[in-house]
Design a protein around this ligand. Sequence first.
Ligand code: ANZ
Ligand code: ZN
Length: 849
Amino acid sequence: MKKYDFTEIEKKWQKTWKTEGLFEVDLDKTKKPFYNLMMFPYPSAEGLHVGNMYAFVGSDIYGRYIRMKGKEVFEPIGLDGFGIHSENYALKIGTHPAKQAKVSEKRFYNQLEKIGNSFSWDNKVETYDPEYYKWTQWIFIQLFKNNLAYRKKQAVNWCLGCKTVLADEQVVSGRCERCESKVVKKELEQWFFRITKYADKLLKNLDKIDWSERVKIAQRNWIGKSEGSIIDFAIQGSDLKISVFTTRPDTLFGATYMVLAPEHSLIETLRSKIKNWNEVNKYAKNSRNRSDDDRIKEDREKTGIELKGIKAINPGTGKNIPVWVADYVLGHVGSGAIMAVPAHDKRDFDFAKKYKLPIRKVILPKPLYRNPDIPYPISPEVTGGAWKDFRVVFDCYVGEGDLINSGRFDGFDSEKARWEITKFIGGKKTTQYRLRDWLISRQRYWGPPIPMIFCFSCAEKNKGEKKGMPGWYSVLEKDLPVKLPKTDKFRSDGKGRSPLDSIKSFYETKCPVCGGKAKRETDVSDTFLDSAWYYIGYLMNSRDQKMGFVGTKINNLRKHWLPVDMYIGGPEHAVLHLLYVRFISLALHDIGLLSFGVSNAPKGEPFPKFRAHGLLIKEGNKMSKSRGNVVNPDEYIKKFGTDALRMYLMFLAPFEQGGDFRDAGILGITRFLDRAWRLFQSHNGGLGLSRIGVSELDRSIHQTVKKVTEDIENLHYNTAISALMILLNEMEKNSQKLTKVDLGVFLRLLSPFAPFITEDLWKNILGGKDSIHFSKWPEYDSEIMEDNSFVLIVQVNGKVRDQIEAEKGLSKNKAEKIALKSEKAKKYIMNKKPKKIIFVPDRLINIVV
Ligand code: ANZ
Ligand code: ZN
């Protein structure tokens, strides 16, 4: 018998498929398109990670299944190789990022070829390819032209390691998401995208797209909608006022002091009145370079300084209250100032305790208030011990309840009081979002130069102009791409300038409007802009042509491919990539450069269906270089084969849950494939076409078809594989009865998981002419599937004498015949004539003699 030589088989089919271009798709001729997309990888230092493979294989299985269900499946692949991560790696090993990109590219594609996915290689994209980033720049320009890109000076996140600014999304607990260095604040002029304009749409559409719930929750929290009021507090003895944003205007009467953020402009304005100016100024300056995360942590010890000589007036109570500066209030949130209500806000409470500020309770939890033993108004005299208890339990009560100590609003329900109080003191209702505009500039080398030009003389000329940004023009579209210049000075100097800022030949240019001397923007754009449109990039290439947005406009030619039908990727991208990609698509839609939609999802949403895969760990631990436990798929592929590794990865747990990789486990899969191989080889040549009647084997086959089909649809690959294992057992037991049809069904069910061995057996044993991967997915017959038999209990004079398997729906007559034939029953009937026969359908027959 021929041995299962996976190395040979896998090499052979890989080569054949590639030369035949089996999985290439003619994008223009498709009738039943299905866009099966997985998040493209960034080429990391170690080459393809088994975690990448896990994600890709999980996505591929789904795609292969859909293909066999009759769709034309497009499954492209590419590399997200522009940006900080790739650049940092090149810097670390002391090589040029462009050179390293070529090395990584080769290695990655090589590895990706081996994982057995049905990739459409003709359409691959690399984000650092000028043909690609030409369009990244083009998108920037479209956003600029539509007032969605602007420049402003702002205190921004500055990573001390990467020496560049970072978006909020890239700062995790005060550290850089990529290099984990500390992140501080720095004042710089930067480019921003107005993603906040889409806050509401991004939020609302979430309800109408089919995404993993945990990712939706993360996006909702990130966008952070909160409804509240703006309330003005007059500053005593001046015309100035402090505006605050609060979600709890109902607690106004409990505001016993106010806090300005260290960045608040009023501090400077009030300078001459602040008696302890030096102290205040020093505190304000120092707190600015602390990260936001650090500042707002609940458990961090609060600090602050009172503005001596300044008092504000609480518009509810009419009383004077002190004004402080403290870094737990952020400059860019709300209005950068708060009314502090220590009795009902934890941070204010801690602060008030520390600085001995008054605490005034204004909300009482309902059960207490309604308790007849505690009459209103509550005071220690009236309540005695209860007051004491109340204080212990509710030092700081953040919930809802009824108002006390609030003048005419006493007794109001706190939720209802919000608007009543706002109205009463002339405040305004507003909605705030946590989401901030997307900071897009990076002071780095390895990225697409931002395609903007600054003209000094035009800026002078249009100085007073309110609209737009005087002197700033986008590069003419015909001049795209603005190529990243080749240079050896690609390292950042750490002073807030990009390396491009010292390349005169790059930045010296002409003004596109007046033709005078002008300077190019020298920052590059954030890597997340590269990946915010790559799913369109895949559609722009094909075997021998590259085309663009312009002229042909993607929305005419290949829009039937959009939106993406199934998108799979890591949940860690919930607030980065997955938010940006939606924003860019919605914006291009509104501008009119894209147009696609499906009936069951909002127009312009690029991914109506998204599934987050789980995390792959190694023997209980996170895989990381420092632990030295990163699994390199190459080794395992060499030792066990791609098919075995694919199946092993998918067998670990439900795909959306992740799994624990253990070396020992893979042997179980190897044995399974070996057994399947032998079963097929043993039938080489001698196979019947059909069986007569319905047998137990038929039932198992149909049940397995149903199970595997449903499991794949739900990405429960692990249980689909175990169903196939059970079926293999059954087939081995009934080896004599097996037909070609049975074996064909088994192979097709297995093919998405183990594409190589199944193709080989399909062609060599079953004589398949075309690839198994384009054969039809098996269907099941629910009638056959159902268990049609039952155990007939045979009694003689009420005592059980035999149990016989029979077909359901058996008639009384037939049952009688079967019973009378039973050897065991005959012994008790002893040839006597039955007096009476009791029959319970599908259960028993009792012969009374
Ligand atoms: C008074 C108050 C009383 C508040 C109370 C809360 C509870 P969310 O819900 O997350 O949107 N706040 C407003 N601006 C701030 C800033 N710049 N820095 C830090 N905190 C700020 O949070 C809204 C609440 O956060 C606001 O409502 C305000 O405190 C605080 F019993 O106002 B609140
Ligand atoms: Zn000019």
